[in-house]
Ligand binder design. Structure first.
Ligand code: MN
Length: 356
């Protein structure tokens, strides 16, 4: 296990690499080439500049989150081959630069979704929250404004304004797309990229749906154990794996995360570990990482990862906004540093006990 933190890049993140380097146990960061759009070929020079910037700050890049997938690939339209070729070129360049982990997702139109980015808790901290009844009152075309309204002026990962400006066209594009079509199109994509992944040893780690159910009637195919097993089995290559995101899978209380970890043993290439609190069906809010603060047993999750032989990067995921920090929602320094220390402490105790 390597403890990491996500970093959004100079000019995009309120947190600096120098600050991240001082969080105990952090050896690397997870980042991406910001400013690129889904479908773009990443420039070699830009990849190397990103790598050099992080390494000259005394850290390494433990993985890329994300290389996003162009809509034509998800839809399976004729121009998808061109965009898969672009994706392959990007993977080739990332592999040549020494990168071995790529996170991506197959959510359509909307990425992760929340009804509030700054819900005030009793202790005065704020968290992101989701209430299905509130989402049901929002028209899809005002979803971007709802998300941006409390983003503290930061760009939100997966919520590209240029793409979402064409929402009507996007909904038209995905009309008639079912879960089955998405599985078929994902399989086609994975089969085409696997030779390049094998050439460099790049582990692909699909990120689960957040929340883990269809939103605005759009199908989702990475919601639970059965979905993730289907994804890993339909292209049965060890490099075709998943990102175990406890905060996403955990939105559905019927998802037993330690059981999912055991079932996906060997195919979990990356882990996002955080807690959340269920208020009612379809109604949850984020919280501190500590088990006692939410509904997930974080110790049982870390133990399951340890027992599965997990050797990839873990990062604390969204944190609360605390101590007056102003940052991109979920991505302040303070609460994620607390989360990283807590997760490292659990891992140390679990490893110590295993040696007794
Ligand atoms: Mn996640």
């Amino acid at each position: 296990m390597h403890m990491t933190m996500r970093w959004f890049g100079t000019g995009y993140d309120s947190v600096t690499l120098a600050q991240i380097r001082q969080v105990p146990g952090i050896s690397g960061i997870i980042t991406t080439l910001y400013g690129t759009r889904p479908g773009d070929v990443w420039e070699k020079d830009a990849i190397l500049a990103m790598k050099n910037e992080v390494e000259s700050a005394g850290l390494s890049i433990a993985g890329i989150e994300s290389v996003n997938i162009h809509d034509s690939i998800k839809v399976g339209s004729p121009e998808r081959d061109k965009y898969i070729d672009n994706y392959i070129t990007t993977l080739d360049r990332l592999g040549e630069a020494g990168f071995r982990l790529v996170c991506y997702n197959f959510m359509i139109i909307f990425d992760w979704t929340r009804s509030d980015l700054a819900k005030i808790r009793n202790d005065g901290s704020t968290v992101m929250s989701y209430n299905q009844a509130l989402i049901d009152q929002i028209k899809p075309d005002s979803m971007f404004d709802t998300m941006s309204a409390k983003s503290n002026g930061f760009a939100l990962a997966g919520w590209e304004p240029e793409r979402l400006a064409h929402l009507k066209e996007l909904f038209a594009l995905y009309e008639g797309i079912t879960e089955e079509t998405l599985f078929v199109n994902l399989k086609y994509f994975l089969e085409r990229i696997m030779p390049t992944c094998e050439k460099h040893g790049i582990r692909m780690a699909i990120h689960p749906d957040d929340p883990a159910w269809p939103v605005f009637g759009l199908p989702r195919i990475t919601k639970n154990k059965a979905d993730l097993q289907r994804v890993t089995k339909m292209v049965d290559n060890p490099l075709n794996g998943i990102t175990l995101c406890t905060g996403s899978l955990g939105t559905d209380p019927t998802n037993n995360i330690p059981d999912i970890i055991a079932a996906l043993k060997g195919r979990i290439h990356f882990a996002h570990v955080r807690n959340l609190r269920h208020n009612a069906p379809g109604d949850f809010e984020e919280c501190a990482h500590l088990s006692a603060d939410g509904s997930l047993d974080i110790c049982a999750i870390m133990k399951a990862l340890y027992d599965s032989g997990f050797d990839g990067p873990i990062r604390p995921d969204h944190g609360r906004a605390i101590w007056g920090e102003v940052s991109m929602p979920g991505y302040g320094l303070y609460d994620r540093a607390l989360g990283a220390s807590y997760l490292s402490g659990l891992w140390e105790a679990i490893a110590w006990q295993a040696q007794e």
